[in-house]
Structures are given as structure tokens and as C-alpha cells.
Design a protein around this ligand. Structure first.
Ligand code: G1P
Length: 299
């Protein structure tokens, strides 16, 4: 796989029940960190890595994602007439002009592996990326996917983003066993979905960024339901290990699990503190809030 990736898959068909009632009408991928929805952060990361074809695997309730990436003629006209050019640029740049969006429906929620398989007709026979927008990765330098795309091009191996997690959390992740790392990459020898801590092969967890060989599709077609009764991407990757090199990649950056309340809060705080215009005010109000709570405790 010495080819540069051009296509990225975004599975966005989940129900987002953790964020009810907000997600009753707003898909969880549309929840914002400051002023951008989660999906936009993932899209920006894929475009930065060189992708020009973005495939959104949605369900029939997720019009909001398609609407968001559609051209907003009326809004653009209004902003133009009002001379709000900065905002106009923001709205237009949701998708740069050289990038196209393709929407594929996943009729039934059969699992992440099945969602990725739905993109097969559009990907064809080339390496591609998968990004899970819940996993937001903050980095001052190149984005995580860009780092991985470079590694995939150089090594010819599929790449799976990983990070260490506390042992008691292995049941929430795909967990890998690897050979010795060479720099940021280590060849994966085993991968298992959501093992209990006592049977987990390590505490090295899969984060939602993948660069995969198209051979995964044939394997996913033969993958039977696994953890949680779902067709797991992890199980497809486990079959791929026998045919192809698959590397775990320790990316540079901080990952926020925006599929949880605390992760979403943490990400908001981080982006606010790192924000050109909001940083000072955000720092001040956090200090004030802590002080006020401290005072309350003393009373
Ligand atoms: C999915 C994958 C899992 C991975 C995780 C990363 O699980 O199945 O292997 O570790 O994303 O966020 P989910 O969080 O969708 O249950």
C-alpha cells in the first residue's frame, strides 16, 4: 500500500443515546465544540491528510449531516449582502471546492464493520481511511490522520491509531497486541474487541482513526456478529492480520472521547483555552468558577 489515501469513510449512523434529549433531533456528530460540529473536525482532519472524497455512512434519520454539507444558497446570499465576508468564508469552507461528499445509507444498525462495508462500492480497490468523529484529536502540528497517511505510504502497511488506556478500561475499546515498536509504529499480532481487563492482550487501545487496505472488504463480508452482537470492524481487521501487515500507530496529539459527557466537556475546555479570541476570557471564567465553588465549600 504505497498509494496515498484519497477517500475517507465517516460512520455517522449511531443513535447517540448518551446525549439524549439533545440527540432526539440533532445527531451526535453535529454537537459542537465551540462553533464547529464534531463531524467538521473529522472532515478537516481528512482533508488535511489529502482526502478529496468523503463518504458518510448515515441512516435515514441523519438528514442534518447531509444538510450541513450541502450548499446553503440563501444563507450565503444573506451574508454576502450584509458584507459578512468572514462568516461567508466559514460557511463556504465547510467543504473545500475540490472535495466531494457522498452519502450512503446503512439501512440497519448492524455494527461498525457493517457500516464500513457499506462504503465498498465507492472505495473500490484502493487504501482508504475511516474516522470516527466521536474521537476528537487535538494537535498543534499535523493531524493524526495526516501522520498515519505518511506512515502508510512509507511502510506500505495498514495503520490503526492507538493509545495506552488504564487496564480497567479495556472493555470499552478494541485492544491490540504488537511486536516491538519502531518509532511510532508496531506490527499488530492480535486485535480483540472490548476484552475484559483480565483477558486483554495489553492496554493499548484502538482510537477511531484507521487506514485500511481494500482487502478488508472481502473479509468484512465474511465476518459474523461479534462483541455486542454486531459486525465489528475489529474482527475484520483480525482476519486481515493473516494476509497483510497492519501497524498500530501511536499518534502525536490528545484524544478526547466526545462520545461521553466528560470527554465533550474536556474537549470544550481544551479548545477554549487554545482559542485565539476566547483563551483569556475562558481562563478567567474557569478560575472564577473554581474560586466560587471553593468559597461555597468553605461556607
Ligand atoms: C469503536 C471500535 C473500538 C474502538 C473505539 C474507539 O468502538 O469498535 O474498537 O476502540 O471505537 O473509539 P465504539 O466506541 O464505537 O463502541
Amino acid at each position: 500500500m504505497t498509494q496515498r489515501i484519497r477517500k475517507a469513510v465517516f460512520p455517522v449512523a449511531g443513535l447517540g443515546t448518551r446525549f439524549l434529549p439533545a440527540t432526539k433531533t440533532v445527531p451526535k456528530e453535529m454537537l459542537p465544540i465551540i462553533d464547529k460540529p464534531l463531524i467538521q473536525y473529522a472532515v478537516d482532519e481528512a482533508v488535511e491528510a489529502g482526502c478529496d472524497t468523503l463518504i458518510f455512512v448515515t441512516n435515514r434519520y441523519k438528514h442534518a449531516v447531509a444538510d450541513y454539507f450541502d450548499k446553503a444558497y440563501e444563507l450565503e446570499q444573506k451574508l454576502e449582502r450584509a458584507g459578512k465576508l468572514e462568516q461567508l468564508e466559514l460557511v463556504r469552507n465547510v467543504l473545500p471546492s475540490h472535495v466531494r461528499a457522498v452519502f450512503v445509507t446503512q439501512a440497519e444498525a448492524l455494527g461498525l464493520g457493517h457500516a464500513v462495508l457499506c462504503a465498498k462500492p465507492i472505495i473500490g480497490n484502493e487504501p482508504f481511511a475511516v474516522l470516527l468523529p466521536d474521537d476528537l484529536i487535538w494537535n498543534r502540528g499535523p493531524g493524526a490522520l495526516s501522520q498515519m497517511a505518511d506512515a502508510a505510504e512509507a511502510s506500505g502497511a495498514s495503520q490503526i491509531a492507538v493509545q495506552d488506556v488504564p487496564r480497567e478500561q479495556t472493555g470499552s475499546y478494541g485492544i491490540v497486541a504488537t511486536e516491538a515498536f519502531n518509532g511510532r509504529e508496531g506490527r499488530i499480532s492480535a486485535i480483540v474487541e472490548k476484552p475484559e481487563p483480565d483477558v486483554a492482550p495489553s492496554n493499548l487501545a484502538v482510537v477511531g482513526r484507521y487506514i485500511l487496505s481494500p482487502r478488508i472488504f472481502d473479509l468484512l463480508e465474511r465476518t459474523t456478529p461479534g462483541a455486542g452482537g454486531e459486525i465489528q470492524l475489529t474482527d475484520g481487521i483480525a482476519s486481515l492480520l493473516a494476509d497483510d501487515p497492519v501497524h498500530a500507530y501511536r499518534f502525536r496529539g490528545t484524544r478526547f472521547d466526545c462520545g461521553t459527557h466528560i470527554g465533550l466537556i474536556e474537549a470544550t475546555i481544551r479548545y477554549a483555552l487554545d482559542h485565539e479570541k476566547l483563551s483569556d476570557a475562558a481562563q478567567q471564567l474557569m478560575q472564577n468558577a473554581l474560586k466560587e465553588l471553593g468559597v461555597t465549600e468553605l461556607e
